[in-house]
Write a protein that binds this ligand. Structure first.
Ligand SMILES: [Zn+2]
Length: 439
């Protein structure tokens, strides 16, 4: 670092978006030591301080193993130059310079306080993974308290959900990674819904009024599911026929009626399939980096939970946590619904899910125009007459409120010829014969 010319680095020689932004905000126009251009640059010393802060937080010395009889070695981890090159997305030469600076700085401290060095090029270092554990604990606590101490919900749960879910729309630095998806009226995407018919007579009954038969059951008949407590109806649908048939889990020889709906109002949806993948490239230098990691992991777990098929024998208490999250997404975050992967068509990992998605729409009363429109129109007319002097009811507005319209004569009847089962072999050792449960 004695060479003065090496002191400045421009924003274009660093890939990390957050660092780039900071250099542009705080830098000066200088000649970059690396590319030689006159551009907004930052002193290597300052850049190293930023890096040091984040590096210390997320990296520690990799463990030693006895690989030979008495010689311990670090078999995993990376040297500091590699880590920093990856962290800031810069060339090795730049990373070397930064490590060189930081290790010299560190030398004094290490000698003085007896700390173990973090920038020793012949040592290896490993990422500390702390957030997911904290998160799992929080979710565990949340589940427990929400299931057994329901009063807890009003304040604490709301605060917890706010901390987990707030700002999820701004997750991604790139728009393509945003979990917000809009379905527009002119979209070519249709929504399908299926219903099991045990006999041809039942088919007849369904297609006598298909939209009504495929509409969510009235609240009093609703049994509740992963996304809705009993007594509250939501609309579960899919983006293709195959998926929605699989979701109703018909038996071989059974009959299924499928109907097709078009979207007639813009719908704001939370696309949970966005979280199937590991956390994408988010800058570790962002102030809210920990929260982003936390939220991503939470939504990844939540998505897996709601994709699991509902088991008839399962206690309804098990669904309360996901129901509460869904309620929060609907009422506080103001989403019209959620898109999630179908667990019926894939067994283990969420791979190649294009098209195999389900959708749940929250406000069931306003979902299918064909079903509720006439009733609503009827009531609004009575009200209008009654309240003429006070309220001007806008029928057009009522009409616009609905989300879906049944595509007339889109019904198809399927007879199930085979069902494709996949299974995982569960180890007998994992089964506790005393309690009758998997451990
Ligand atoms: Zn440069």
């Amino acid at each position: 670092m004695t060479n003065k010319k090496l002191n400045w680095l421009c924003y274009k020689c660093i890939g990390d978006s957050e660092i780039k932004k900071r250099i542009q905000e705080q830098g000066k126009e200088k000649k970059c030591f690396y590319c030689g251009e006159l551009r907004i640059s930052i002193e290597i010393r300052k850049l190293a301080t930023w890096i040091d802060k984040v590096y210390r937080k997320y990296y520690s010395s990799a463990p030693y193993y006895f690989v030979s009889v008495c010689q311990p070695a670090q078999v995993e981890g990376k040297n500091p130059e590699e880590i920093i090159a990856e962290m800031v997305e810069a060339d090795k030469e730049i990373a070397n310079l930064i490590v060189d600076y930081l290790s010299k700085e560190e030398e004094r401290r290490v000698i003085k306080k007896g700390e173990s060095p973090l920038y020793n090029s012949s040592n290896k270092y490993k990422r500390i993974d702390k957030s997911p554990d904290e998160l799992h604990d929080m979710w565990k606590l949340f589940k427990k308290r929400i299931q057994y101490q329901r009063r807890f919900f009003a304040n604490e749960a709301e605060k917890l959900l706010e901390s987990i879910l707030k700002g999820i729309e701004k997750f991604a630095e790139k728009d393509s990674l945003s979990p917000v998806r809009w379905l527009e009226p002119n979209d070519s995407k249709h929504i399908y819904r299926a219903r099991i018919a045990n006999t041809p007579k039942e088919v007849k009954k369904i297609i006598e009024n298909t939209p009504k038969s495929l509409a969510p059951p009235p609240p009093e008949k609703n049994r509740g599911g992963r996304m809705n407590p009993s007594g509250i109806s939501v609309f579960y649908g899919s983006f293709n026929e195959e998926t929605c048939i699989a979701e109703v889990r018909p038996i071989v020889g059974g009959l299924v009626v499928v109907g097709k709906f078009e979207v007639i109002k813009p719908l704001k949806l939370l696309d949970l399939t966005n979280f199937n993948k590991p956390l994408p490239d988010v800058s570790m230098f962002r102030n809210n980096y920990d929260q982003i990691v936390f939220q991503w992991q939470f939504l990844y777990d939540f998505h897996r939970l709601i994709s699991k098929p509902v088991q008839p024998h399962e206690e309804s208490i098990k669904y309360i946590p996901t129901q509460v999250v869904a309620e929060y997404i609907a009422n506080e975050l103001k989403y019209d619904g959620v898109i999630y992967s179908s667990a019926q068509l894939i067994s283990d990992e969420f791979n190649n899910l294009e098209g195999l998605e389900n959708i749940v729409l929250f406000d069931a009363q306003k979902i299918i125009k064909d079903v509720y429109y006439n009733e609503l129109k009827f009531y609004s007319k009575i009200n209008k007459k009654f309240l003429e002097k006070y309220i001007d009811i806008d029928e057009e507005q009522i009409n616009n409120d609905f989300s879906l319209k049944f595509i007339s004569e889109s019904e198809k009847i399927y007879e199930i010829s085979s069902v494709n089962y996949t299974h995982n072999n569960r180890n007998l050792n994992e089964f506790d014969k005393q309690t009758g449960a998997f451990v």
